[in-house]
Ligand binder design. Sequence first.
Ligand code: ZN
Length: 242
Amino acid sequence: MKYAIISDIHSNLEALEACLQVIDAEKVDAIVCLGDIVGYGANPNECVDLVRARADHVVVGNHDCAAIGTTDTDYFNPDARAAVDWTRAALTAENLAYLRDLRTTLQVEGALLVHSSPSAPRDWLYIFNLREAVQEFRSFTQRICFVGHSHFPGFFIERGQEYAQKAPPSVVVGPGERAIVNVGSVGQPRDGDARAAFAFYDDARGRAEIKRVFYDVERVRSRILAEAALPKSAAERLVWGV
Ligand code: ZN
């Protein structure tokens, strides 16, 4: 089976559409979404509609939970909180109900899907480095775990007692190995590359690959700036991918 795994769309419709175009050209068997469909951007309903229509497996992210009021936003910075309030008011009742019904984790074939971390999926922990990844490997038994949340795409590999961090673009999870794959962010990359990010995964070959896709950043930027209640930083950071 070949999968496309998208995450952290953050109401960025252009980025989502650009990624889906690349995904459609690859003819995948299933599309997986790791959450944070909304938050920051100006098109929450369009993005939820598209994910509902196109994704086969979807888990919830912390910004989705914030929008439906099922997670604490005390730790959100003021800009993120302003975006949450705007998003909650903008979402249709139908899309709010859809987000409310999403699961926190899912298992698909030999893969675990979670927005933040397998050890505490509702605590929204980040996996930034190898030390954190080593801890997380103890919390799941599947061959591979796909995460988003940090908006930094990359790979962590476990082989027996040995661990390694690998940079994009690709990795092959060999026999006796397990992996944590961060698929990056479709709608708000933060690794200094402004292009949208997502992953392909071929489970027969154990191969995961991060794709980067150009989209019309300027159009998204001006649409966010046109919404007075949305933070300007959410628009400006897209230009630099930070
Ligand atoms: Zn996110």
